[in-house]
Design a protein around this ligand. Structure first.
Ligand SMILES: Cc1cc2nc3c(=O)[nH]c(=O)nc-3n(C[C@H](O)[C@H](O)[C@H](O)COP(=O)(O)OP(=O)(O)OC[C@H]3O[C@@H](n4cnc5c(N)ncnc54)[C@H](O)[C@@H]3O)c2cc1C
Length: 415
């Protein structure tokens, strides 16, 4: 076995040079994938290139919901990615889930985010359904009849991204005959607003503990009064339709998720790994999508014969971008594998992966904007779209400021 550090510098460099002539500028996946995981990655990459990428620019320009792209995912049964095989789903693990979300987001971050929200919103019911919920939600999920999203934060004067359980400002719903009453409950940002068939609604429910995480209700679009407020005109993620929504009506008590698991920390245990890691995967997809496109474009020749890649400063930028992406991806997959095998002792690896992936997206898209200069600035290449989309990663889900505070608190618990 070669032991590089003991080679004289010149010879070591020669070996590295010999190893590095393969033009390996696309995803290498340092984390070892199983054959099945690799096949899913390739299958979804092919669907994304054929069905999703060609629609991404229009979705962004017109702030148009990526319905056809999501339909293509449904046709491949990917709406049931995390649904148990027992009920007809694909039963994918978290490493596969991260691969799938990254490949979609590479081609269209908005589609990737809408799809990620669907996975997040259906994770609890996929993992711990009651027998009623199996019939009502899980089997329809497997048949591609359910496309869900999260209706979480409300504008309540406090910070919308504060995820500490007792800091979450969400409506309290009265207990009424047969269920819980929603009285004009207004959610601030609901991705797939009005398009999704099901809304995982975060609420404080009368009669439930108040010092813990709020509860989740699965709300069906067909059985509630709902209204989408205004138009979604975001800086990035313009296809998301992440509008405010208002809900009124009674949600049956059987639609509360986690029934029968009252003694467990349901959300941290069953939902958090997927929730946080798929944010990471979506933002990693922005970084790797922009990077892969940049690798192609940087080798095309100007009339003079020169290429952008010929400039040493750009070579340095490509080297840095590749290192950032591979580091983020390696941590993301390692964290996902820890979750799959039950090895994580805390959510630290998930949150670290999320911040690293979203920061990779911001840095990589910033660099490609510089490398491609006026062409990028004038939107002749789609780098400015990736650049705008990447910004959401710093503030959404758990905002990175808050994520770092959470990591610090978990590393140094207050006594
Ligand atoms: C494109 C997009 C799609 C979204 N989709 C959905 C969705 O489908 N469902 C849904 O429920 N929500 C969604 N959201 C909302 C998102 O998850 C956040 O809740 C929201 O962006 C927070 O917005 P805010 O304006 O209230 O920010 P604020 O909470 O005011 O945060 C602003 C900044 O304050 C700081 N901050 C806030 N709290 C803390 C803290 N405790 N510690 C340290 N710093 C803090 C951070 O720097 C943060 O970046 C979406 C948001 C975006 C941008």
């Amino acid at each position: 076995m070669l032991n590089f550090p003991i080679f004289p510098t010149t010879f070591g460099l020669f070996i590295f040079w010999k190893m590095g002539t393969g033009g390996e500028n696309t995803a290498m996946n340092y984390f070892p994938l199983t054959t099945e995981q690799q096949e899913w990655k390739e299958r979804v990459a092919e669907i994304a290139a054929r069905e999703i990428g060609p629609r991404a620019a229009t979705a962004d320009r017109l702030a148009q919901y990526p319905r056809e792209s999501l339909e293509a995912l449904r046709a491949a049964n990917l709406w049931a990615l995390r649904t148990s095989r027992e009920y007809g789903g694909l039963g994918a693990d978290l490493v596969t889930t991260c691969l799938v979300v990254e490949e979609i987001a590479k081609k269209c971050p908005s589609t990737g985010m809408c799809y990620k929200m669907h996975l997040e919103a259906t994770e609890l019911v996929n993992r711990i359904p009651t027998p009623y919920q199996v019939e009502r939600f899980v089997k329809p999920l497997a048949r591609g009849e359910v496309f869900a999203t999260i209706a979480g934060g409300e504008t309540g004067g406090a910070t919308g991204s504060d995820w500490r359980p007792n800091a979450m400002e969400v409506s309290t719903c009265r207990q009424v005959d047969g269920g819980f009453q929603l009285d004009h409950v207004r959610k601030s940002y609901v991705t797939s607003a009005g398009h999704a068939t099901h809304y995982l609604l975060l609420s404080r429910l009368e009669g439930r503990p108040t010092q813990e995480m709020p509860d989740f209700l699965m709300v069906e679009r067909e059985h509630i009064d709902w209204q989408v407020v205004g138009e979604w005109n975001g800086l990035g993620m313009r296809g998301n339709s992440s509008n405010p929504m208002v809900f009124t009506g009674v949600v049956p008590a059987e639609h509360r998720l986690g029934i029968g698991h009252e003694d467990e920390p349901v959300i941290p245990k069953y939902m958090m790994p997927l929730l946080i890691l798929t944010y990471g995967a979506a933002y990693l997809g922005i970084a790797s999508g922009a990077y892969e496109l940049a690798c192609q474009e940087a080798t095309t020749r100007f009339p003079s014969g020169a290429r952008r890649l010929d400039a040493p400063i750009n070579q340095r930028r490509f080297a840095e971008m590749s290192a950032q992406i591979e580091a983020a991806r390696a941590l993301l997959h390692a964290a996902a594998a820890m979750a799959d095998s039950g090895r994580a002792r805390s959510p630290v690896p998930y949150v670290q992966a999320k911040v690293l992936c979203s920061e990779a997206a911001v840095r990589v898209t910033q660099d490609v904007m510089t490398i491609f200069g006026g062409t990028a600035f004038a939107a002749r290449l789609p780098f400015e779209r990736y650049f705008r989309d990447a910004r959401a990663g710093l503030v959404m889900g758990m905002a990175n400021d808050q994520a770092y505070e959470m990591i610090a608190n978990m590393l140094f618990p207050k006594s």
